[in-house]
Design a binder for this molecule. Structure first.
Ligand SMILES: *[C@@H]1O[C@H](CO)[C@@H](O)[C@H](O)[C@H]1NC(C)=O
Ligand SMILES: *[C@@H]1O[C@H](CO)[C@@H](O)[C@H](O)[C@H]1NC(C)=O
Ligand SMILES: *[C@@H]1O[C@H](CO)[C@@H](O)[C@H](O)[C@H]1NC(C)=O
Ligand SMILES: *[C@@H]1O[C@H](CO)[C@@H](O)[C@H](O)[C@H]1NC(C)=O
Length: 581
């Protein structure tokens, strides 16, 4: 990432020879002490013009490389003038980086339950940077209504880069009506559309490292696919609805899992350069209850700020990097396994994982105040493992590999509470492909991933449908890397073209009405990297981001174009205002 000015003329000359002269110099850092602002162009959780009733700065910490400063904690209680309930609560993480630093992973927990997983951007130019992450945390009201401890972890090191991260975590509480961006319930769409749950859960129980407060953080580490991290928890016997929310991030060998080719040795073929540590671009995160598989998702490929070509993500964050998506599993049909007043073992695993993944989960529970205990039964359990086809064909320098994963799952259960005897039927379909091709003696590499999941949750009472929620999520990714020529000495240049997309649609039918909300988040980027001895020494790139969210009441568009570390265009509007463009 460092640009060594003295090498520049030589590098530019080399580039001129090997490609064309489309490589302007990186501009100087922005003037001013705060440095460059990094942005995540998604729907703001509360539209401008709405002031919170109360705001509280809960946690403040500088994360340098000093041991002992990684896990920060602060006592939390909501402001006295803003008692529960709230129409909206927004968590704001505001960070300033003093100088250049690598991307790092960060998380915020309340009493051991995760509320935010985030990555820090990589400033492209020498100097400081700052950014803000705003997340709607209304769905964690159960954690926020009581006195508790907020923790934040950001493992930094100053060994290679000097940057120190100064972080503030604040909470903004809203009472009275907030603008109707959330007609389908209290959850909003930042950055992804959440489930069909109308009200925040009454109780949230963490599935995380119980000793996290001692300094290691609350995440559980997964090292390989045989490893299932577990935590035993007991739930109240009067829970009538349950949802498991899983947080993940990937590190070490798996930091860029989504571009991984499948090595021939994984298929028992003779070894070749593509055999080592290359178990393909497929992963599935899943959960178990007492060793019974209760569902899983293919993670959305959040591209870390230092990945592929860091200049793509500066100053515009990649999709989901500031607020990494969490993954919902509707587990109400499994309540019969849990309503006996005993502890049960919840497990989290990652299929095909390599070292290492950091995972946690929150069990959201809705409690029936009018009953001492609920009765439940699992009526149908049809959760076969995904059907996976793996192919790989490599010579020493070229070849291709492909993984196709498909599956359909259906499970059904009823729960009797004061709301009646409600049957929940869940259907979940997954279709995934990952294809990696290497051509032209290794000079061209292409990664193509498609991922489409649909989930349907139906709630019935006396065979009558009360609610039907349908969620669709697609997350295709294409990365094409081309080296215009073979390495010249210790150097070579690389051009990358990237397309990444997230589309989520939720439609909810209830009382003869169907309401739909949809978000599209798309990024197209292209740029160049100059490699010296296998390490990038110079990068330049441009990114176009297009974000569109709409429901019955709101329509929001944000378009940001950035090039060479500078925002060239930034437009946001309601759709009505731009519909004639
Ligand atoms: C939090 O409150 C407890 C007492 O309730 C106190 O012992 C502890 O020192 C406080 N922690 C911080 C970080 O202020
Ligand atoms: C954190 O809050 C303090 C006090 O309000 C403020 O001076 C500082 O600039 C804030 N830092 C960031 C990164 O927002
Ligand atoms: C609840 O409803 C289901 C499906 O209609 C039925 O099979 C079950 O027996 C009912 N449970 C109770 C306790 O009535
Ligand atoms: C490189 O950066 C400059 C701005 O310094 C920009 O104008 C140009 O389009 C960038 N090149 C590419 C390939 O993105």
């Amino acid at each position: 990432m460092n640009l060594h000015a003295s090498k520049l003329p030589f590098l530019l000359l080399l580039l001129f020879i090997t490609t064309s002269n489309r490589f302007p110099m990186i501009k100087a850092p922005f003037p001013g002490s705060l440095g460059l602002e990094h942005i995540d162009p998604t729907l703001p959780p509360v539209l401008p013009g709405q002031t919170p009733k109360c705001s509280a700065l809960v946690l403040q910490q500088d994360f340098g490389g000093i041991v002992g400063s990684t896990l920060a904690s602060a006592n939390y209680s909501h402001p006295r003038e803003c008692p529960f309930p709230w129409t909206r609560v927004v968590l704001e993480l505001s960070i300033a980086a003093s100088e250049v630093q690598k991307h790092r992973i960060a998380a915020v927990w309340i009493d051991g339950a995760e509320v935010l997983r985030s990555t820090t951007p990589v400033p492209m130019v020498q100097g400081a940077a700052f950014w803000k992450v705003q997340k709607d945390v209304t769905r964690y009201s159960a954690l926020l209504r009581q006195f508790g401890v907020m923790y934040m972890m950001l493992e930094n090191s100053q060994d290679a880069y000097p940057g120190v991260y100064s972080a503030n975590v604040s909470l903004h509480f809203y009472r009275n009506a907030v603008e109707q961006t959330n007609i389908l319930g209290v959850t909003t769409s930042h950055p992804t559309i959440k489930g069909h749950y109308r009200e925040p859960a009454d109780l949230i129980l963490p599935i995380s490292n119980k000793n996290g407060y001692t300094g290691s953080g609350f995440w559980l580490m997964i090292n390989d696919e045989s490893h299932v991290a577990t935590s035993a928890i007991k739930i109240p016997m009067n829970a009538y609805q349950a949802m498991l929310e899983i947080f993940v991030s990937y590190h070490g060998t798996d930091e860029n899992w989504y571009t991984n080719p499948l090595g021939a040795s994984n298929l028992g073929q003779p070894s070749n350069p593509f055999s080592q540590g290359t178990n393909g671009g497929f992963r599935q995160i899943y959960a178990t209850i007492d060793d019974k598989f209760v569902g899983g998702h293919i993670p959305f490929a959040v591209i870390y700020p230092g990945a592929i070509n860091p200049s793509f993500w500066s100053p515009v964050a990649s999709i989901g990097a500031f607020d990494m998506p969490s993954y919902y599993l509707e587990v109400t049909p499994f309540l019969s396994l849990l309503l006996d007043g005993q502890k049960h073992r919840f497990g989290l695993g990652v299929r095909d994982a390599q070292p290492y993944w950091l995972v946690t989960a929150n069990l959201h529970l809705w409690i029936d105040q009018f009953s001492d205990s609920c009765k439940a039964e699992l009526v149908q359990y049809n959760l076969p493992p995904l059907k996976i086809t793996r192919n790989a064909e490599w010579t020493s320098v070229e070849g291709e590999s492909e993984i196709i994963a498909e599956g359909f799952q259906r499970y059904e259960g009823w729960v009797v509470s004061s709301k009646g005897n409600l049957t929940t039927i869940v259907e979940h379909k997954i279709k995934f492909t990952s294809k990696v091709e290497v051509h032209n003696q290794g000079l061209v590499k292409q990664v193509e991933m498609t991922n489409k999941e649909t989930a349907q949750v139906k709630v019935l009472r006396d065979q009558q449908q009360l609610q039907l929620a349908e969620l669709t999520r697609e997350g295709p990714l294409r990365v094409r890397t081309l080296s215009p020529s073979a390495p010249v000495g210790r150097m070579f240049a690389r051009e990358t073209i990237l397309f990444h997309y997230l589309e989520e649609t939720l439609s909810l039918s209830e009382n003869q009405a169907t309401r739909t909300r949809r978000l599209m988040d798309r990024q197209d980027a292209e740029g160049s990297t100059l490699m010296l001895d296998g390490n990038p020494v110079w990068e330049n790139g441009s990114t176009r981001s297009y974000y569109n969210y709409r429901d019955e009441m709101t329509c929001y568009i944000r378009e940001v174009n950035a090039a060479g570390g500078i925002v060239m265009m930034d437009k946001s509007a309601s759709c009505a205002a731009v519909s004639d463009v």
